[in-house]
Write a protein that binds this ligand. Structure first.
Ligand SMILES: *[C@@H]1O[C@H](CO)[C@@H](O)[C@H](O)[C@H]1NC(C)=O
Ligand SMILES: *[C@@H]1O[C@H](CO)[C@@H](O)[C@H](O)[C@H]1NC(C)=O
Ligand SMILES: *[C@@H]1O[C@H](CO)[C@@H](O)[C@H](O)[C@H]1NC(C)=O
Length: 306
């Protein structure tokens, strides 16, 4: 107690000081507790407990530097792909260096992938529609239907579609084949320059989506194509370094083969063509088949056709 001053004042001062100290100290520990909680939460993320090696630290630093540079560039151009419609962003994403690194990095599983949407449509146009015996017709809505048939054109004549036209012959009569191929590409995807205008509501986009599946099914439901198609699809996932693929397939009969035989044959040719893709080696891409159809699939009991 100091002499001279009014009694009680120093006591009040030290009380205030003590209260302030207590507040300050508890604030510190709250921050610390919060940081620890955040750290614990971060560690529960995938790879959260992973300690990077020296090389990995370097790779990470390089990737982060590229990411920051791309974000800084986006600030300048005001074109930031994550904030854009995917159709408009796709071109930019494909040019991104970060994307090209992510593309090559190992991935886990691609789940719930439908059989008629597993690969780039370029391959459908450049490879499948250039095969012999491919017929097509125009519907009144401006869409197309496809069917492979040999030696005679497919029967019956399609309902609500023009007569069957042999694609090979049709192409020969065209002035500009590139233009036609581009129109096919447009038929096979939802891509458009003004998605918000073209697809004003969900029903419109859903209807186009269904039309595309129907069109592609006509191309793919032909045994020689189907085999190459599935193989090419697996190849593309393999190139993207995906480790596991869950493929959803109806596995309807694939003209002219009945499916069980086709699948046996397919599995064998897959293993022969690429060791990396062979399901039985346990290396490379593993593919799981989930089928709602009536057809048998690899791994299940397959009954051979006589
Ligand atoms: C189409 O793909 C198959 C199988 O991948 C290949 O053997 C063939 O050469 C390709 N044809 C064309 C025209 O690209
Ligand atoms: C053919 O069409 C493409 C795409 O529309 C165009 O770029 C090209 O110039 C055309 N070629 C000729 C010879 O007209
Ligand atoms: C689909 O292809 C046909 C034939 O080239 C073309 O007339 C039609 O405009 C295409 N449809 C779309 C949506 O591009």
């Amino acid at each position: 107690m100091s002499a001279g001053g009014p009694p009680g004042r120093p006591a009040l001062l030290s009380l205030l000081l003590a209260a302030a100290m207590a507040f300050f100290c508890s604030a510190m520990s709250k921050d610390e507790a919060r940081n620890r909680l955040l750290m614990r939460e971060k560690m529960t993320r995938v790879g959260g407990r992973l300690v990077l090696g020296k090389q990995e630290e370097l790779a990470n630093a390089r990737l982060m530097a590229l990411k920051k540079a791309e974000m800084a560039q986006a600030m300048k151009t005001q074109k930031f792909p994550p904030s854009m419609h995917f159709f408009q962003a796709k071109n930019l994403i494909e040019k991104s260096e970060v994307f090209s690194i992510l593309k090559r990095m190992p991935k886990g599983a691609a789940l719930h992938v439908h059989d008629f949407s597993i690969l780039s449509v370029d391959w459908l146009v450049k490879n499948v529609t250039y095969r012999p015996h491919c017929h097509f017709c125009f519907t009144p809505k401006g869409t197309l239907q496809f069917k492979f048939a040999h030696p005679t054109p497919p029967t019956p004549t399609p309902a609500e579609c023009s007569e069957w036209i042999l694609l090979e012959k049709y192409r020969r009569g065209l002035q500009n084949i590139t233009e036609f191929d581009n129109s096919l590409l447009k038929n096979f995807t939802l891509m458009t320059e003004n998605p918000e205008v073209t697809y004003a509501n969900q029903n419109i986009v859903w209807s186009k989506f269904g039309t595309i599946f129907f069109m592609i099914a006509g191309l793919v439901h032909y045994a020689p194509v189907f085999r190459d198609y599935i193989f090419q699809g697996l190849e593309e996932f393999y190139q993207d370094n995906v480790f596991y693929l869950e493929l959803r397939a109806l596995l309807l009969p694939v003209s002219p083969l009945s499916c069980p035989l086709l699948w046996l044959d397919f599995q064998i040719s897959l293993c022969r063509s690429s060791q990396a893709l062979c399901p039985s080696t346990g290396t490379g891409l593993n593919a799981g088949f989930i089928s709602k159809g009536t057809c048998a699939f690899p791994g299940a009991t397959v009954s051979k056709d006589p």
